[in-house]
Design a protein around this ligand. Structure first.
Ligand SMILES: Nc1ncnc2c1ncn2[C@@H]1O[C@H](COP(=O)(O)OP(=O)(O)OP(=O)(O)O)[C@@H](O)[C@H]1O
Ligand SMILES: [Mg+2]
Length: 1046
């Protein structure tokens, strides 16, 4: 018997050239490669910090290339390290072919973030052919020299996995819900009903791939699915039949272009109430889990379960990963600094993958034996079928399954028995029509103007062409149209194109969305060669004029981003406008570019979401906004901006603000929901599960900066501050006073003004913040049923303070005063006062929403003030977001404890002072006694004395008890601090599945801290009470004895 060949998965890294976006951002290259196997990545924030990875191969495709006359990228010369498509094929593709010839199964996976070059390596662009076409071409080249008595059989299939649904890219009909993945004892997992096309030439495969890509593009445009989120799997079955030996050697070649691997970043934005639209990522996440588990197995760790079954992709790749296959992975990476995190994550992923060991065997079987086995199995299936009862759902299911297996075996038998030539002939007939259409299309390109689709994924751009023939052509979803277009927001009859007198025009049907070069049109519009046309919410086309108008145009310039930038410009958003304020050295701030990129990425998504909302009658209007975070920066820096989505219910005028991450998640969920609606499913859903719904919430309307400098000089400030919204427009005016005062709240007089704020260092500072009124609130002008609250947070205060809600008043009277105190003003605090502003936030309340918590009780000290500048304690700001509320609570407890300790310290101090006094008295009375006493106790440096030996001992024991109590208390506080620190340093796990155990652990720890705090405080109070009692008794005793003194 053939021994399995134990091989690790072979891994290659490939780094691509900068793309336009990276060039615009002035990106630096953070990747370098050495000796064909080593990849080095430099941390852009800390260039000395490098990480080195070694893989089987490292391809430098970043520089040192030029385009030859056919458009193929080739090396510039012998000095260049450049690896072109042929180089990659020579190592990886040839490896796949060799395995196939030997009868091994072979798999090639491409992994990497969106736009990193997966499709470029796997499929290629135009003449720059990737591994798949090259493998196919070489395979057929080799079979041409076939030996006598040997037959080669090649079948080709192509499928896509999107949102855990499998679509057959070579099938003429689309099955709703996709194809099922089934499991077979011998074969493992397979896709039931997938089209396998027998092929005998490379040209045939080329056309099949074209066809498959077309199906993928149509699906992406009509189902508004995002191709970079889908996986494409091409499977080639290669059989070598040795006719004389009656043997069949069989190999399955799987070529997988995986979905973009980037993780949805949720940092900086709240988690969504709804589950993540996670099925979109399920296959990729599971692939990661399978790879990790297999890497652990290879390292000798005990692994109980490998989660192959958890996703469609991993089921189909089961034998490719840790099974019977020779497997290769190409990790595609971007060279740019802005992609550092993702690139590092790809390299780490690749590192794990290379550990996996596979056991490939040569698949060779006697043809006769196979037939016998199949027949025997059929007999077994038949007898099992006969043995089943005939009622009940389980029986029905089982019967169905057995019948299905029988039918499949029968088919398998037939395919073995029917001659290969016959199968080829059948396939040829079936595909003839499709091939004819492709040939016809090539002819028409030369004769007519046409619309050329532009997709977010460049791989799918230009795949669909709609010809505008002479006369008029209606466009729309209805089959009666000359040009039938599927797509979100495209009506049955959407527009009319005319081609007359050498001129092409477009006329939209009433209310149908047609945008030409970024501008919506409602009337007949003449089209010029290379005009950009958007139909419906997001179907983008480049208009290619008459052949006479065309020259050697660079169509790649008009990519998807170009279309969206044009739309953004029409909405008044451009890099210049966003970055106008930061443009110091002629370079645009990279963060501004990033915001612009986010904006244009979201434009089509928002248009689609609005369309879905309309069709599903959800009544929501979604709008993109750029939020300027300067309004929440206490120094007023105008650096960061972020994109948000404002959601308004058209009927009730309720408003929500969604972060980018939340919107994207909702968009996926909306798509799922909408697809369900299109498939005729029930669209009634519980409100909590509705992606279009959210509970009513308070909305952040705007912020004002109230500079605190006057406080640092002990001066009163009376301000009328403008509350600006995220677009920098006035929302309201707030009247606010900041008044330095005495500890009892009387305002300081002018004499109290200081010349140098440092005079206040180490001193007590009292001040009041008075919020008087909010004038001309726009939020209320729009809808008088609404209300407002004002919130602010000063210096190191762990929580935001809110004023009481005021409803239905455009000029809301607030009149609230809060007294703050810094007991021991620090340098940092004085500095803060001089350089920072108080950010005053205006919150909009709407009917039915929860008001913001405005109780301050927990913060109030025994003097009735709120303590600030308490640097000894931990700032809750730094604590983990996820548990920040609990942390804030604990922080307050700690704060209170410290205050109480301070109180106890004061008592202790007073006691000591009293003792020093008594000691002096005693010194005059008995010097010897004094000496003796000093040696009795070592509790404090200044020892306590008494006017009598008994009394002295009693005082000493009081102090000793007090010191002991404090020591115990401090010890437990240290434990608390330690635990608190631990809590702060916990990081949220990246893996969502670990979230539950993580929060459980956090809660336990918080509970423990809480209990320990309570217990320590209780003990301290108890101890002090006992000491005080003891002291009182001794005082009474002293008094009594003192009175009897002579
Ligand atoms: N090695 C390379 N040389 C030249 N251009 C490249 C290379 N790799 C990628 N590109 C270019 O980068 C762009 C994105 O590449 P590609 O479509 O392969 O990305 P992808 O990883 O498949 O992304 P997605 O996950 O969105 O499908 C394309 O325009 C492609 O031509
Ligand atoms: Mg791709």
């Amino acid at each position: 018997m053939e021994l399995p060949s134990m091989d690790s998965i072979k891994v290659a890294v490939r780094v691509r050239p900068f793309n336009q976006r990276e060039k615009n951002a002035g990106s630096r290259c953070v990747i370098s490669m050495q000796s064909g196997t080593t990849t080095i990545i430099h941390d852009p924030k800390n260039p000395e910090h490098i990480k080195t990875f070694t893989f089987d191969l490292a391809y430098w495709s970043h520089s040192g290339f030029q385009r030859d006359k056919n458009g193929v990228l080739i090396s510039t010369g012998s000095n260049s390290e450049f690896a072109g498509q042929r180089d990659v094929f020579r190592d990886l593709g040839q490896g796949v072919l060799d395995s196939a010839w030997q009868g091994y199964n072979a798999t090639l996976l491409a992994y990497g973030q969106t736009g990193s070059g997966k499709s470029y390596s796997m499929i290629g662009y135009g003449a720059d052919k990737g591994i798949i076409p090259n493998v196919c071409e070489e395979l057929f080249k080799a079979t041409e020299n076939k030996e006598k008595n040997q037959q080669y059989q090649v079948t080709f299939s192509m499928l896509e996995i999107y949102n855990e649904q499998v679509s057959d890219l070579l099938s003429k009909t689309k099955k709703p819900g996709g194809l099922k993945v089934r499991e077979d004892q011998h074969q493992g997992f397979y896709v039931d009903g997938l089209t396998f096309v027998p092929c005998d030439s490379y040209a045939q495969i080329e056309r099949l791939m074209e066809q498959g890509l077309k199906a993928r593009t149509t699906a992406a445009t009509s189902m508004n699915a995002t191709s970079s989120r889908s996986h494409m799997l091409i499977s080639i079955q290669f059989k070598q039949v040795f006719l004389d030996g009656d043997l069949t050697k069989q190999s399955i070649i799987n070529l997988v272009d995986l979905a973009g691997s980037e993780r949805q970043k949720s940092s900086g934005s709240e988690r969504d109430r709804l589950r993540e639209g996670s099925r979109i990522n399920l296959s990729l996440t599971t692939l990661g889990n399978v790879i990790s588990a297999l890497a652990d197995v290879a390292m000798g760790k005990r692994v109980l379960h490998i989660p192959y079954r958890d996703s469609v992709l991993t089921r189909l790749l089961q034998s490719a990963l840790g099974g019977n296959s020779k497997t290769l992975m190409i990790a595609a990476i971007s060279p740019a600094d802005i992609c550092y995190e993702e690139t590092l994550s790809t390299l780490r992923y690749a590192e794990r993958t290379k550990k996996i060991k596979n056991k490939a065997v040569i698949n060779v079987s006697p043809t006769e034996k196979l037939i016998k086995e199949l027949k025997a199995e059929n007999n077994r299936l038949l007898s099992r079928l006969a043995g089943l009862g005939n009622s009940g759902k389980r029986v029905a299911d089982k019967t169905k399954e057995l019948e299905y297996l029988l039918a499949r075996n029968q088919l398998h038998l037939q395919t073995i028995q029917i001659t290969w030539e016959h199968q080829l002939e059948e396939a040829r007939k079936e595909w003839e029509e499709q091939y004819r259409a492709i040939t016809q299309e090539r002819q028409m390109i030369k004769a007519f103007p046409y619309l050329f689709n532009v997709n977010e994924d460049p791989q799918l751009t230009g795949v669909l062409k709609h010809f505008i023939q002479a006369g008029s052509s209606d466009v729309g979803q209805a089959p009666s149209n000359k040009i039938i277009l599927q797509g979100l927001g495209i009506s049955d009859k959407h527009a009319m194109f005319t081609n007359m007198d050498g001129e092409v025009t477009v006329t939209p049907q009433s209310k149908c969305r047609v945008i030409v070069n970024g501008i919506p049109t409602v009337t007949k519009t003449k089209l010029q060669h290379l005009d950009r046309v958007i139909l419906g919410s997001n179907s983008a086309y480049l208009y290619i004029g008459f052949p006479s108008e065309r020259s050697s145009d660079d169509l790649a310039r008009f990519d998807y981003d170009f279309f969206q930038s044009e739309l953004a410009a029409a909405e008044g958003v451009s890099v210049d406008k966003l970055g106008a304020l930061n443009d110091k050295d002629g370079k645009v701030d990279p963060s501004v570019l990033a915001v612009f990129q986010d904006y244009i990425k979201l434009i089509p998504l928002v248009a689609e979401a609005n369309q879905m909302s309309e069709e599903l009658m959800k009544g929501l209007k979604m709008e993109l906004k750029v939020k300027n975070l300067a309004s929440s920066d206490s120094k007023g820096y105008d650096l960061q901006k972020e994109v948000i989505v404002k959601v308004t219910n058209r009927e009730t005028q309720e408003v929500w603000i969604w972060s980018k991450a939340k919107f994207i998640n909702r968009k996926y969920l909306m798509e799922e929901f909408y697809q369900h609606f299109l498939d005729g499913g029930d669209i009634h859903v519980a409100q909590e599960d509705d992606p279009f719904w959210d509970p009513i919430e308070a909305i952040h309307l705007g912020s004002a900066h109230v500079w605190l400098q006057s406080l640092a000089y002990g001066m009163k400030l009376e301000a009328q501050a403008e509350l600006l919204n995220s677009e920098g427009l006035e929302e309201a005016i707030v009247l606010i006073n900041i008044i330095p005062c005495s500890s009892t709240g009387e305002a300081n007089s002018e004499d109290d003004v200081v010349i140098d704020p440092l005079e206040l260092l180490g001193k007590r500072i009292d001040f009041q913040i008075q919020i008087i009124q909010c004038l001309g609130v726009k939020w209320l002008k729009e809808d008088t049923r609404r209300g407002i609250q004002i919130g602010y947070k000063i210096y190191d205060l762990p929580i935001t303070l809110y004023t009481k809600p005021v409803w239905k008043n455009v000029n809301a009277k607030i009149e609230e005063t809060v007294h703050f105190v810094a007991l021991n003003a620090s340098h940092k605090f004085l500095n803060y006062l001089q350089k920072n502003a108080l950010i005053v936030d205006l919150w909009g309340l709407q009917e039915g929403c929860a008001e913001l918590n405005c109780t301050q009780e927990d913060l109030i000290t025994w003097e009735g003030n709120i303590l600030v500048d308490n640097t000894k304690t931990l700032t809750a700001q730094e604590t983990n977001q996820a548990t920040s509320n609990q942390m804030a609570e604990l922080y307050l407890k700690l704060l209170k404890l410290e205050q109480e300790t301070e109180l106890l310290r004061n008592i202790n101090r007073a006691l000591r002072e009293e003792n020093v006094l008594l000691k002096d008295t005693l010194r005059g009375y008995s010097p010897r006694q004094d000496q003796k006493l000093s040696s009795v106790s070592k509790i404090a440096t200044h020892q306590h004395h008494s006017d009598s030996p008994q009394m002295c001992t009693s005082r000493i024991s009081c102090d000793a008890d007090f010191a002991k109590a404090l020591k115990v208390f401090y010890q437990s506080m240290n434990t608390v601090r330690g635990q608190f620190l631990k809590l702060r340093h916990y990081r949220l796990p990246e893996d969502d599945q670990m979230l539950r155990p993580f929060t459980q652990r956090q809660s336990h720890l918080l509970k423990d801290i809480g209990e320990l705090l309570e217990a320590s405080l209780w003990k301290l109070k108890n101890d002090v009470a006992l000491i005080v009692k003891k002291k009182r008794e001794s005082l009474v005793h002293t008094k009594y004895r003192g009175s009897s003194f002579p």
